[in-house]
Design a protein around this ligand. Sequence first.
Ligand SMILES: N[C@@H](CCC(=O)N[C@@H](CS)C(=O)NCC(=O)O)C(=O)O
Length: 211
Amino acid sequence: VKPYRLYHYWRSSCSWRVRWALEIKKLPVEYVHVNLLDDETDRPEHRARNPMGTLPVLETPWGALLTESLPILEWLEERYPSGVSLLPQNSDDRFHVRRLAELVNSGIQPIQNLTVLDRISFDPQIRKEWSQHFIRQGFVAYESLCASRSGRFSLGETLTLADLFLVPQVYNAIRFELDLSSFPVIERIWKNGLATPECLRAHPDRFAPQG
Ligand SMILES: N[C@@H](CCC(=O)N[C@@H](CS)C(=O)NCC(=O)O)C(=O)O
């Protein structure tokens, strides 16, 4: 079978979400690394794949180009419903999971994205403080919304879409040296997420450029 092709960047949290989902759904995939830091995402060939110039882009075996990680994950879930599901059964739980995913997707990640940081400052300290502020603010809300219903993962004991957003965001938080000690629930989910083989196979360390 012809594999999926994922255009991604090793440390992009949005890329990790999709790598992880592809692992969970056990789909064959060929990875194409696009270097964010070299502005490869701004090149015409990448803009042709994704007019927003962001990563990831998932190319299907039949040549469709899918962009935006949240709808990509929803699409994978709809297209491959058997096996492990990323969404719970009932609509209240599904709402809860989608709300948590959206909180990260639109309330945290875009505000600490590279393109935004580049408009703010090239001073590493200012970039760090900015990112810490918005990740902390989002994590306070995430922790409060998910605490009472969390278990090993954001909703109970089963991994969901929400965790696929949270864990890569925690990775960014650690890079920006955010103190996680006031987020015990998030820290627990981070550790449990990292303990799953699919998450590890999708982990940035596995995709770091050599040399
Ligand atoms: N909403 C988009 C966001 C994509 C996004 O911001 N990707 C980042 C990496 S996590 C990126 O490509 N940043 C570089 C850029 O915007 O040039 C998604 O979820 O796919």
